[in-house]
Ligand binder design. Structure first.
Ligand code: C6P
Length: 416
């Protein structure tokens, strides 16, 4: 059991009011709030040891370098990577996927090769592969999903052909909440000689993650969804892959030697970190990782599962409301729930909820092909994190009833 009361005290923003009502922040899948420890780390860096890293020989530069590289070690431990050399810092999960798609894909894919994706991918794990396919002549294939929002795994073997060089798949859907069985996908993909890239943007913040147990060849996630600052992402990739990949961006830091017309590359992972990186935010991200590990990812996942189960039970009590994704209480469901109210646009729902102090997301969630598969243009989405409570779920339900009342739909359940 999490001590949510104690946790909430670490998040100053949770004390604020929105439209005169206490904030209920249920947009964690978009970005999480930050604990004081992370905010303080940023201030500490800028007030104590701000300096450029790797190249300086003065004390501040050495301290900043040590703090930055220590976070690489911490990030490796967080996902059970075999070594910090397999951790590349990027701007976000999106850039991490683009890095791999360009640096690995352009070298290894040819016309006639195939990239296998799923119908539930975020645009960040779709468009980079579309660009790669266009550049190399490779084609895209898609693993379909069931009406409940799960992968049609029984179709996987047929889709994995000798032409399939790479499978890129999300660990957890940002719309459906589905947690995909990555190990099983990896096992079958590897049996056919294909690599697997995992989009862990929605899983790394919420589930214990072990890249070696998953068997992922590469995996991407973002700091800002896991209590850390914006502007930091992580690409994990097998060291042997990173070694043979060409750089993605060229510039300072990523070189070993430079002549007027040629250059040689730095060791991994620095080969992929051209220019001055986001030093302050990486260092503060380290505090986020420490915070999450202090609380425990198992406990966080259990807490969110309980909240989403309760939320779905209460959402089901509301007439004219459609829920998306695996059924209530399903073990393969994380703390994200998408829904629609008949005859109400999700943006209108979101606006009324905001007036009640409840922050949710409404829209296509950067998953337009999935929206089409669900037969909608948009959904409303509530997403939970370690600091959310059952009382906040009740506030969500009350606010939805208020939205129905506001737009003239009868409310069929009584508010608590
Ligand atoms: N999803 C959401 O509200 P970035 O923007 O690079 O930090 O993360 C991209 C990304 C990749 N994969 C998945 C599954 C995601 O959910 C996201 C980000 C946010 O759902 C913003 S669209």
């Amino acid at each position: 059991m999490l001590d949510v009361t104690a946790i909430r005290k670490d998040f100053p923003i949770l004390n604020r009011k929105v439209h005169g009502k206490p904030l209920v922040y249920l947009d964690n899948a978009a970005t999480s709030q930050k604990p004081r420890q992370v905010i303080d780390a940023l201030t500490r860096y800028y007030t104590r040891f701000n300096a450029n890293i790797h190249r300086g020989i003065h004390t501040l530069a050495e301290e900043a370098t040590a703090a930055y590289e220590a976070v690489r070690e911490r990030a490796a431990r967080f996902i059970h990577a075999p070594s910090a050399r397999a951790i590349v810092f990027t701007r976000n999960a999106t850039e991490a996927i683009n890095l791999f798609a360009n640096a690995w894909g352009r070298k290894h894919l040819r016309s006639g090769d195939q990239i296998l994706l799923s119908e539930m991918e975020h645009h960040s794990n779709l468009v980079p592969w579309q660009l790669l396919a266009r550049a190399t002549g490779a084609s895209l294939a898609f693993l379909k999903i069931t009406d409940e929002g799960r992968l049609r795994l029984e179709e996987l073997d047929a889709l994995l052909t000798p032409r399939t060089k790479l499978v890129a798949i999300t660990h957890m859907s940002n719309v459906l909440g589905t947690i995909n069985p990555i190990e099983r996908v990896v096992e079958r993909a590897h049996a056919r000689g294909a690599l697997v890239v995992v989009d862990a943007a929605q899983s790394a913040p919420h589930l214990p993650l072990d890249v070696q147990r998953l068997g992922a060849d590469a995996l991407a996630f973002s700091s800002h969804k896991m209590l850390g600052p914006t502007g930091v992402g992580v690409l994990y990739a097998r060291e042997d892959l990173l070694e043979e990949m060409d750089p993605f961006l060229g510039g300072g830091e990523m070189i070993s030697d430079v002549q007027l017309t040629s250059a040689t590359w730095n060791d991994i992972p620095w080969k992929f970190e051209a220019g001055t990186p986001n030093i302050a935010d990486v260092i503060a991200f380290g505090e986020a990782l420490t915070y999450l590990q202090g609380v425990g990812l198992d406990q966080i996942h259990a807490h969110e599962h309980e909240l989403v189960t309760y939320a779905m039970k209460r959402l089901r009590e509301i007439d004219d409301l459609t829920l998306y994704g695996p059924g209530n209480g399903a073990a393969d469901r994380g703390g994200v729930v998408s829904f629609n109210l008949d005859a109400l646009h999700p943006h209108d729902v979101g606006t009324v909820l905001d007036a009640e102090g409840v922050a949710i997301r409404a829209g296509h969630h950067c998953a337009k092909p999935l929206m089409r598969r669900l037969g909608v243009v948009a959904t409303a989405r509530a997403s939970f994190y370690l600091y959310n409570t059952r009382e906040e779920v009740d506030r969500l339900i009350d606010a939805i009833l208020a939205a129905q009342a506001f737009f003239g739909k009868p409310a069929h359940v009584t508010s608590r």
